[in-house]
Design a binder for this molecule. Sequence first.
Ligand code: NAG
Ligand code: NAG
Ligand code: NAG
Ligand code: NAG
Length: 441
Amino acid sequence: MARGWPHHAMLRRVSSYAVKTIILLFVISFLWLQLRVVNLKPDLFMPLKSQYNDPELTFFANYSAIVNSVNATTPANIKLLLDTIEELNALQDVNNVDKFGPLNDNDVVIVIQVHNRAQYLYALIESMKQAQNINQTLLVFSHDLFDPHINALIQRIDFTKVIQIFYPNSIQLHPNEFPGHDINDCPRNMKKEEALKRNCNNAKHPDLYGHYREAKFTQTKHHWWWKVNHLMDGLHITQNHIGPVLFLEEDHYVAPDFLYILRMIENLKITKCPQCNILCLGTYVKSYNYAAFSRKIEIVKWLSSKYNMGMVINRNLWEQIKKCAKAFCSFDDYNWDWSLQHVSATCLPSPLTAMVAIAPRVFHIGECGVHHRGKDCSSDRVVHKVMKVLSSSSSYLFPETLTVHQSFRKPFKAPKGNGGWGDVRDHALCCSQVKNFSFYC
Ligand SMILES: *[C@@H]1O[C@H](CO)[C@@H](O)[C@H](O)[C@H]1NC(C)=O
Ligand SMILES: *[C@@H]1O[C@H](CO)[C@@H](O)[C@H](O)[C@H]1NC(C)=O
Ligand SMILES: *[C@@H]1O[C@H](CO)[C@@H](O)[C@H](O)[C@H]1NC(C)=O
Ligand SMILES: *[C@@H]1O[C@H](CO)[C@@H](O)[C@H](O)[C@H]1NC(C)=O
């Protein structure tokens, strides 16, 4: 039950005796909460903070109890979860509007893609809390997993406006059918001949390396695409938003001046790079040197493997990307960023040109993800390292001016796909997320 308990990472320093006591207290209070929750049967849609100040008792309470206490994969519970998610997505409740006012045209919308790593997400939220001007943003948390601990963590945010959206075609909601794994789907390594003989579902559509789809590797790209489409063309609060949209993930961490730098780069763009169409607040660096680089901006051709972190786009670019939906959705690669690279190289009016903060203001703290099995996943080593770097570099943050460095790199050819996206069902689902899909896809 303590799985994913967000404070875990922060408990390290306390003595182990205290840790045990706290965990025990938590478990007991959680059990107590659940019992109370079941007894109270609170109305799911009771306005937050009406009677109780504890979100676990209100908005998500009923479903926390269900998800935690019973086998969530029984058909009845999946149906319940599907209905809940549909209702939450229709309701579109934005927290803290009363305190921070409506979303203004030029406010920054920060959209965070969340799967299941609550400890990293906790660190990200703490870092955002400390950032300047965070109270003039909208945080959109986009989920492909309904997880009570993660929901509670987000419902507790009180420093800016917050909304949660839930990807409706997740594997959690479709464990035994597409987009999850259908029992009649062809196994990944089956030869096409054999698959055709067996007549399994997707026999005709292995990827370009001859492999059949694996549901868990397709979800991230699907979720990413759904999220952008929903945000830009579906969600009431953002569907007409013309200001910047910043993309983060659950295992990112931000510097206190990340919004300040975003605005500085935006201003610089007007005079120094009007043709730039994407901003990047982070890159992957081996060592940090804020003294030398905190004021420096690079202008580069966007490269997915380097600049996929802390990307900022606006509606103009989105309209162009959307027209390339077909290129994005049918490209045989399960990575959203590599697919965007393909779109950039083959479909956009001009390839993505980025302004990049050389000293990163967005960091990748998640060592353990889809691609990094086998590492010490309970480790908060990277978070501590980043915190240390930021505090020792604090005098270099919030620079008064920025300077631009034009980088001349060889232009790259259109990328070859990495596979994992050969199934026509994936192409069709992806296309169906675009609001005007028959037109573009
Ligand atoms: C809470 O869950 C129970 C099932 O355990 C269900 O019968 C009830 O309708 C739910 N309450 C709300 C408000 O949805
Ligand atoms: C939950 O239910 C599903 C389907 O009824 C079953 O296949 C699975 O083994 C169950 N899991 C647990 C942990 O009981
Ligand atoms: C946001 O924070 C700034 C600085 O702390 C403060 O001056 C301002 O009043 C806040 N605005 C809102 C709407 O809370
Ligand atoms: C869909 O596409 C048509 C044709 O371009 C356009 O007239 C219409 O406004 C679009 N609708 C939406 C919701 O984007």
